[in-house]
Design a protein around this ligand. Sequence first.
Ligand code: GTB
Length: 208
Amino acid sequence: MAPYTLTYFAVKGRCGALKMMLADYGQQLKENLVTFEEWMKGDVKASCVFGQLPKFQDGDLVLYQSNAILRHVGRKHGAYGKNDCEASLIDMMNDSVEDLRLKYIKLIYQEFETGKEAFVKDLANHLKPFETILAKNKSGFLVGDQISFADYNLFDLLLNLRVLSSTCLDSFPALKSFVEKTSARPKVKALLESDDFKKMPINGNGKQ
Ligand code: GTB
């Protein structure tokens, strides 16, 4: 039996990074996919502590909030740094990934038609700090010399951003190399190439 269960919509959305991290650690995941029609009935929403998905179950532990879920899995599988200082730096990186993800989500769900051009134009300003950090840290990871949940989160977001703007990484060699290296991790590669993963839309409204 899979130790972990994820309840979410049939999109990559806020769970792409989680799926990549679990795959990379050889962990099985049971997925309960909730349709939009089912969600609109209200019962599932009412059962969620904050009225939103994803919901993640690890035995008796029930978690909401995608970043708390990433942290939990990262903590359990050695993807949360080697000491407290690394863990704090990883938190900082992940919060910055979240800041950019929120801008992306706002674009996708609220202003895609009117805001895409400006978003893409401004994107380099938001990618630059990650480029600087990765160029400086010769390990190829955001923090220390091993992969962390923040790396999977950044990787997932960069894949989405490259779909939005195929050239957005062109002037960022460290980010390009980061994407190439993470994509080439054998279990991540297998997930990315799997039919189930490929056929899942990135977002719930068909925009990407
Ligand atoms: N801070 C929370 C987290 O990080 O987990 C935010 C969670 C969140 O925004 N959840 C969205 C949700 O539950 C789904 S992700 N929305 C329903 C609601 O609030 O009632 C974005 C999303 C929206 C819609 C679909 N869809 O229709 O397929 C898919 C994904």
